[in-house]
Design a protein around this ligand. Structure first.
Ligand code: ADP
Length: 307
């Protein structure tokens, strides 16, 4: 049996101004998976460690994503999937995306790469559709391509890998509260004013330019969301205080990670990112809530082989 062990990274989607189109890949936060090819002609989830998730192939995002890939593959093969979960489901840092992206990347690797990265994103999106009802790519694209990614278009799918300035470091806090995806989706308005749209696309352009030119001030100025954040942030305890404190401590920008409840802050350099983590800790220690804090460089590779 041919098999591979991989690191399936966590990701931060939206990055303030880029709702459903921008995302980036983390380096020290992620799951592990072992994927094996078998002669069974079936996709099986054989083990899940660290989380209470469905073992049925059609209910697990990893199973659904691999079945989408195999439906486009000319030969019949079976796949066994072991998942070692470290990213909590519903955290807003791409728990489902890590499983979908990791599984399709590993199967493609074991089959000696018949599919392009763009095709893998499309297969992994089937997993996202199962998790949230919406086949979005802003987590699976950075998990598969690494670094920062932009979904320029969904129809047809056109995913672009952006440049990663080497000093960017992410601080993420995951408050252990449940924000129902249905609530965080229902709170969003489906119409935006022209004034908001102008601000938002100006910031997307600014952020992409800032990444390519390694202009950290421009990155900071562009990490603004006038459409989603004002509505969704009310579901996240102490969001405004955290944002004010981390900017005061030198973070370039701060916003909601994916659909929350995690909050991200981007900083220049590890030292600032750690000071930012301490500032968040100070705010959160007063709430009585449990939380996890991660400080991570940007992973410009995406899914990787371990061992
Ligand atoms: P996040 O908010 O961290 O991106 P999601 O809300 O996208 O997480 O995904 C979590 C949902 O997907 C949960 O309902 C979970 O039960 C479901 N799910 C199914 N399979 C998996 C899997 N392998 N890993 C994580 N979540 C999964």
């Amino acid at each position: 049996m041919k098999s591979v062990k991989i690191f399936a990274p966590a990701t931060v989607a939206n990055l303030s101004c880029g709702f459903d189109v921008l995302g980036c890949c983390l380096d020290t936060v992620g799951d592990e998976m072992k994927i094996s090819l078998t002669n069974s002609n079936e996709v099986k989830i054989t083990k899940i460690d660290g989380a209470n998730l469905p073992l049925e192939t059609h209910k697990n995002v990893a199973g659904v994503a691999v079945e989408a890939l195999l439906a486009s593959y000319e030969k019949k093969v079976g796949v066994d999937i072991e998942i070692y979960k470290k990213i909590k489901a519903g955290s807003g840092i791409g728990s489902s995306a890590a499983s979908s992206a990791g599984a399709v990347w590993a199967v493609n690797h074991l089959l000696e790469n018949p599919f392009t990265a763009q095709e893998l994103v499309q297969f992994a999106m089937e997993g996202e559709k199962l998790a949230s009802g919406n086949a979005h790519a802003d987590n699976v694209a950075p998990a598969l391509l690494g670094g920062f990614t932009l979904v320029r278009s969904y129809e047809p799918l056109d995913v672009i890998k952006l440049h990663t300035p080497k000093d960017l470091v992410m601080t993420v806090i995951h408050p252990q509260i449940e924000v129902k995806t249905s609530d965080s989706r229902s709170i969003i308005k489906h119409n935006v004013s022209l004034k908001q749209a102008i601000q938002q696309w100006g910031n997307v352009g600014g952020l992409v330019t800032g990444l390519f030119t390694e202009d950290y001030d421009l990155i900071g100025r562009s990490l603004q969301d006038v459409i989603i954040e004002p509505l969704r942030s009310i579901l996240i305890p102490e969001f405004d205080t955290v944002k004010k404190e981390v900017i005061a401590k030198g973070a370039l920008g701060c916003g909601i990670s994916g659909s929350g409840p995690s909050i991200f802050a981007l900083s220049k350099g590890e030292q600032t990112a750690n000071i930012v983590a301490e500032a968040i800790q100070e705010v959160y220690s007063k709430t009585g809530l449990d939380y996890d804090i991660h400080v991570s460089k940007i992973n410009s590779q995406g899914v990787k082989i371990i061992d």
